[in-house]
Ligand binder design. Structure first.
Ligand code: RP5
Length: 210
């Protein structure tokens, strides 16, 4: 096994289900990575040590995912010259809008390449890290090209299946929606009972027929 070239950091264990998406993409492209929990506010020393030592250890890109007031990616970026990819995580009551703004709104001077919120963002972080590595590794560049071709083929297959589905007889045979009155048989009106006066008989109020 060769040395990891991508470092994945996350603020909490609760971020793992999201950040696994980044790891899955790196695995798909055959890129070695390491993954750990380091929080900018709970374990700030660890974050500093990790960020300052990463380049020396052979790391080329750092992916940092955090939720709430997500300052992790910015703090990491401030401590290294490596490119830092930020993944805002939708773990807060604000559904991640706080993490998105905290990660993307870096003041000029210390950039963080911010991805989309949540799992899609983590997935893209993995692909983006692969693209950075691909700039000096032809093998990874080729795998990325294959990935794009495969994605295109899958979408085309789905489009063909959709055409086949809409052309199928069972779809054509679908009837127009039946109007509610037609669908339900009209209810018979209850016959009103009429009180008939018998000739010469007294009425209900005791009136005699005239
Ligand atoms: C952030 O606080 C983490 O990145 C996580 O998304 C959020 C909540 O952490 P836990 O309270 O679940 O540990 O630092």
């Amino acid at each position: 096994m060769s040395k990891p070239v991508v470092g994945i950091l996350m603020g909490s264990e609760s971020d793992l289900p999201v950040m696994q998406e980044a790891a899955a993409m790196l695995q798909e492209f055959g890129i070695e990575y390491e993954m750990t929990i380091a929080s900018a506010h709970r374990t700030p020393k660890k974050v500093l040590e990790y960020s300052q030592g990463a380049e020396k250890r052979g790391i080329k890109v750092i992916i940092a995912g955090a939720g709430w007031a997500a300052h992790l990616a910015g703090v990491v970026a401030s401590q290294t010259m490596l490119p830092v990819i930020g993944v805002p995580i939708d773990s807060s009551p604000l559904k991640g809008i706080d993490a998105l703004l905290a990660t993307v709104q870096m003041p000029g001077g210390i950039p963080v390449a911010t991805m989309a919120l949540g799992k899609a963002g983590a997935k893209n972080a993995g692909i983006f890290a692969a693209q950075i590595i691909a700039s000096h590794e032809v093998k990874i560049a080729n795998r990325l090209k294959v990935y794009r071709v495969e994605m295109e083929r899958e979408v085309e297959e789905k489009a063909k299946r959709l055409v086949a589905f809409t052309a199928a007889p069972h779809v054509v045979a679908v009837k127009e929606p039946v109007a509610a009155e037609e669908a339900a048989p009209a209810k018979k009106k209850p016959r009103r009972r009429r009180w008939k006066k018998k000739p010469g008989a007294a009425g209900p109020a005791g009136e005699s027929a005239s």
